[in-house]
Write a protein that binds this ligand. Structure first.
Ligand SMILES: NC(=O)c1ccc[n+]([C@@H]2O[C@H](COP(=O)([O-])OP(=O)(O)OC[C@H]3O[C@@H](n4cnc5c(N)ncnc54)[C@H](O)[C@@H]3O)[C@@H](O)[C@H]2O)c1
Length: 388
């Protein structure tokens, strides 16, 4: 096996450089504040990071720096005020620093793909020059929009024109030797890109962060399966009023997200829910509801059957906060990909399925128990490879 890039202690203590596509969005701007807080008020952030518990064996945890791209020209402070995710009292004191983060314009959508890739690569080089000590990670937080991604659309031809923002960022990252976290539901890589990432030892992980309703769905479905309580139907409703919610009102944009949210239930349970009715009785709806902003609410009605086929029912009501749930997971994933890169793992990492609705790569575990087991095995792998 090839040499690793340091020991666990040296890697977790080095700073991270998050290069975020969609840096002024609800999650991106929350991450920008969280990166400052980690330095100045770590007690507000570190206790909520699974990676801090896992990897920081009492030692120093590296700082997190934010850079990136957005189509929005608004100042970061204005973006934060508009999203209304982080209380103003928390970010106003550092508004000046936040407004001066290196967030540059996104490549023009009308440019050929190869020109977009070149521009992003130049930007990445500039961000890295300013933080030479930091370990870079590309974080994809672009809007959900399958029509913009490679999937079923472009051939990957470098001369093609059109909107391929996800692909441009991912391709630029892999060519620049940077690992990728794809938190969006968008399919990022064609097989060639994933193969190139594997060849270069760069993790390319995704997709679609499993933050709220779907996370608890996997937990509950796994518990029902373990007790052999048969799921007869599962009705899920989400109301949210942020930009992601508005975007998901477009059926083309919602298609991938709904598929990711729907398919995994049958995979967890090992049978088709609704088979007896001749159609799926797992229904998932997303509704844009402006009064809620980022404070998403999810309702689940779960119909189950027990002994003698007698029916029972469960209600789950999650009153969450989309970006507050998402941001720490992005920080955790950035730490994971850097460790995996150092440990010599590249390409898709299906063992990170704990974090995603649609884990890339094979074999990805479906049940909560199996996902936790895979994560522990991945941890053991990193610890073995990065032992001092
Ligand atoms: N919040 C969650 O719980 C959650 C869970 C799973 C997946 N996601 C996904 O994460 C992604 C980000 O979510 P969000 O709530 O931050 O979305 P958002 O709409 O608030 O932010 C997206 C940002 O991307 C910017 N943008 C658009 N096109 C761009 C381009 N070509 N280059 C650079 N920037 C561009 C927008 O201006 C905006 O600032 C979405 O795809 C969402 O579906 C979120």
């Amino acid at each position: 096996m090839e040499k690793t890039m340091g020991t666990l202690e040296t890697i977790v203590s080095r700073p991270l450089l998050l290069m975020i596509a969609g840096a002024k969005g609800a999650i991106g701007s929350t991450l920008a504040v969280a990166s400052y807080m980690l330095r100045h008020q770590p007690d507000l952030i570190a206790p909520y990071l699974t990676s801090a518990r896992l990897w920081n064996d009492g030692g120093a945890f590296g700082e997190v720096h934010v850079a990136g791209w957005d189509v929005s020209q608004a100042a970061m402070g204005d973006a934060l005020a508009r999203h209304g995710v982080v209380p103003e009292t928390l970010w106003q004191v550092v508004a000046d620093q936040l407004n001066h983060l290196p967030i540059v314009p996104a490549p023009e959508a009308t440019m050929p793909l190869n020109a977009q890739v070149d521009q992003v690569m130049r930007d990445m080089a500039t961000f890295r020059q300013a933080r030479p000590e930091a370990q870079p990670v590309l974080v994809n937080l672009l809007p959900a929009c399958p029509g913009c991604s490679l999937s079923g659309k472009a051939s990957g031809d470098d001369r093609s024109t059109g909107r391929f923002p996800d692909l441009a960022y991912a391709r630029a990252a892999i060519r620049s030797g940077v690992p990728v976290v794809n938190f969006t539901p968008n399919a990022l890589g064609d097989a060639d890109l994933v193969a190139l990432a594997a060849e270069q030892g760069l993790p390319l992980v995704g997709r679609d962060g499993k933050t709220g309703q779907t996370y608890f769905k996997v937990v509950l479905a796994s518990a029902l399966k373990a007790r052999r309580l048969r799921v007869d139907g599962w009705y899920s409703l989400n109301i949210l009023g942020n930009a992601d919610g508005r975007n998901l009102m477009d059926p083309d944009c919602a298609r991938g997200k709904l598929a990711n949210k729907t398919e995994l239930l049958d995979e967890v349970l090992g049978y088709r829910v609704g088979e007896a009715y001749g159609e799926s009785t797992h229904k998932v709806h997303i509704d844009y509801y402006p009064p809620r902003g980022d404070a998403k609410e999810a309702w689940d009605v779960i119909d189950i059957k027990g002994l003698f086929g007698l029916p029972m029912s469960i209600r789950v009501n999650l009153q969450g906060r989309d970006s507050i749930l998402a941001a720490p997971m992005v920080l955790d994933l950035a730490r994971w990909v850097v460790l995996l890169q150092a440990a010599g793992r590249g390409g898709a990492i299906p063992e990170l399925g704990f974090f995603f609705k649609k884990p890339e790569g094979e074999p990805a575990a479906a049940t909560f128990e199996d996902q936790l087991r895979q994560l522990s095995e991945l941890e053991a792998f990193c610890r073995r490879r990065l032992a001092g």
